[in-house]
Design a protein around this ligand. Structure first.
Ligand code: GLN
Length: 278
């Protein structure tokens, strides 16, 4: 079985199950099984695959055809120009979250020695990106899930910033010491309303429920961050939050109780995506 023939089999399976982008997915998955680039596949399309390589490839394609997100099969997602390991224990990084990170980088500007908290770090993308693109700041990354924290640590090591991030297993602020106050609290918390979750695409439903579920009105984690910010945010500190496309008003209204300066940023699709309060 050649590379070309194997890709054809995979594309046909994915098409049969109405999976979007079958060609692209097939190439990405085969390239990752072979640990080669997508270009390699094009140049070497007549190369024969080992039987076990072909089997592994088709097994992965079958999982994707059953609704498993491609990133959980390849264990990879790019974010802010870096590669992150992901599996079923963490949310798959979204391009929209880069808007949040870019806003935090703008706020940090050239400042150093800041203390920055990434609440609900998941795979660690936010904390790791901030560590990568700024100098000399102390970064804390908190998650309730030990499995997620293991992945975040691995991602920090792979991207050479592990020495600059402290990983803390905690249910929100519970294990944090309020003598340690932050200049910036950033978070992309779970924000989907509980009853909306079963209506999401099947791929999204393969992601950890605790990474998606924001409670009955989707706002549980914003409320927790707001209440705790009184104790954990420095007087001139800033809160930066990712929000759902329809949460600008509800999250701003919450934040208005404590903060007077609030603004919102849109994502590339034009949806409200980030709220900053200070
Ligand atoms: N902070 C991580 C991310 O943005 C995880 C978010 C989450 O689990 N809700 O991908």
């Amino acid at each position: 079985m050649t590379i070309k023939q194997a890709l054809k089999v995979a594309i046909d399976i994915l098409k049969q199950f109405n999976i979007e982008n079958p060609i692209q997915i097939s190439k990405i998955v085969l390239a990752s099984v072979l640990q080669k680039s997508k270009e390699y596949l094009v140049i070497n399309e007549e190369e024969n695959l080992l039987e076990e390589t072909y089997k592994e490839f088709i097994e992965k394609i079958r999982k994707i055809s059953q609704g498993m997100p491609m990133q959980y099969v390849t264990n990879k997602q790019e974010f802010m120009g870096m590669e992150f390991f992901v599996d079923e224990n963490v949310l798959i990084p979204r391009a929209d979250t880069e808007i949040l990170v870019e806003e935090v980088l703008k706020i940090i500007d050239k400042k150093e020695k800041l203390s920055i908290l990434d609440m609900c770090t998941g795979s660690g993308i936010i904390a790791i990106s901030i560590a990568k693109y700024t100098k000399n700041n102390r970064i804390y990354a908190v998650d309730i899930s030990n499995k997620a924290l293991e992945i975040a640590k691995k991602n920090a090591i792979n991207n050479n910033v592990d020495k600059r991030i402290e990983f803390i297993a905690s249910n929100m602020f519970e294990k944090l010491n309020s003598n340690n106050k932050f200049d910036i609290i950033v978070s992309n918390p779970p924000y989907i309303e509980t009853e909306v979750i079963p209506t999401l695409e099947s791929q999204v439903q393969k992601e950890p429920k605790i990474a998606l579920d924001g409670g009955i009105d989707g706002l549980d984690f914003y409320r927790d961050i707001l209440v705790n910010s009184k104790k954990y945010l420095k007087d001139n500190g800033t809160i930066c939050l990712e929000i759902g496309y329809n949460q600008k008003k509800s999250v701003s209204d919450l934040l208005k109780k404590e903060y007077s300066n609030i603004y919102c940023k849109k994502d590339l699709a034009g949806n409200d995506r980030v709220i900053v309060a200070m």
